[in-house]
Write a protein that binds this ligand. Sequence first.
Ligand code: FAD
Length: 393
Amino acid sequence: MQITFTPEEDAFRAEVRAFIEAECDPAARERMQKGLGLSKDDYVNWHKKMATKGWSCPHWPVEHGGCDWSPMQHFIFEEETGDAGCPPAVPFGPEMVAPVVWSFGTEEQKAKYLPGILSGEVWWAQGYSEPNAGSDLASLKTKAVLDGDHYVVTGGKTWTTLAQFADWIFLLVRTSSEGKRQQGITFLLVDMNTPGITMHPIITMEGGHEVNQVIFDEVRVPVENRIGEQDKGWTYAKFLLGYERFNMAGIPGARRQLRRLKAVAEDQGVADDMRFRNKMADIDIQIMTLESTMLRLLAAATQGKDPGAESSYIKIRGTEIDQLLTELTMEAVGPYVLPFQPEVGHEGRNEAPIGPEYAAPVAPTYFNTRKVTIYGGSNEIQKNIIAKHVLGL
Ligand SMILES: Cc1cc2nc3c(=O)[nH]c(=O)nc-3n(C[C@H](O)[C@H](O)[C@H](O)COP(=O)(O)OP(=O)(O)OC[C@H]3O[C@@H](n4cnc5c(N)ncnc54)[C@H](O)[C@@H]3O)c2cc1C
């Protein structure tokens, strides 16, 4: 696919590139390029730098601090920041709760919550899933009981990504057991410093701490922190999930990983193998195809069209490509794929790797990436959504 750019678009690309060179921490970029972990500061510092330029949440409506960019400018920005290895946006604030706040929140809520997300001062977490409510989210049991001008929240959320860094969490809670299960759910915004909240890390199989269990023990949440109407939270929750899936294409990350794969294949000598070259070419084509679909949906989205059920397709393909890339990288690295390599550069793990340096994060990344077809609504559930809402089956 050959995309041609106008002189203005070329100038915009040069501006983005110059900004990255001047402002994005080279150490964080190097960690991204090598597939190593990032710290909270890596994410926040880059977000704050972009905020000073007015670029921290470019997809937002202009009146809330977004950029008046064409779909092609968004594409260029994503491509350049991804290509350069800039820390990715943490989605829970800018891409999930913010659209809910500006679409369904009061003027006071917009004024209170949006600026902190835009500036990068406030980190949000997503509190939807529970031990027995994942795919079947409507079976959630964390309850909120109205007591004067507060809700009293009791229950537990699980798989809460990066909640160890969060200042606030958006929660789905049960406020009624009457009627259909989807009725009686309410959407609350909760300050993580409220008494009664405790957190327990969940360590994933490669040894990382990304997810948590968050327990709420009679946590008092002001009624003014409720989004929209009581018992109508399911509507806002579904609206948010459309945005979540839409952002899962991961094209720049896939391109970065493909570049790394090609370099590894070269170094390991498998790049000369015709069958392996075919596999790399095939995944390159898959990335290009997803990219053009994404551009089409992006163009529609900037004209105000809700991504809707088509975002399920983006989620499925983006995550399948992500997993395939890690599988091919495992294959290319060959004998150095040791599951318990010390992850160089990770806090407290500075032992020398076995084999070439690039081999160390390959197996941990492979194991970590098993999650992507599960979170954001599993891929099986996305296929059900496509069958029902796109194909009409
Ligand atoms: C790494 C990670 C990070 C996450 N981060 C967050 C977060 O920050 N906040 C949050 O709220 N949640 C988060 N989640 C939770 C995530 O949304 C759920 O794990 C997901 O929705 C699946 O739910 P479950 O784990 O309960 O699995 P289940 O719903 O029990 O599903 C188990 C299996 O059965 C399949 N299945 C279930 N129902 C059907 C069906 N009707 N048809 C076909 N197949 C079906 C599923 O596809 C899956 O393979 C995260 C999960 C992971 C793994």
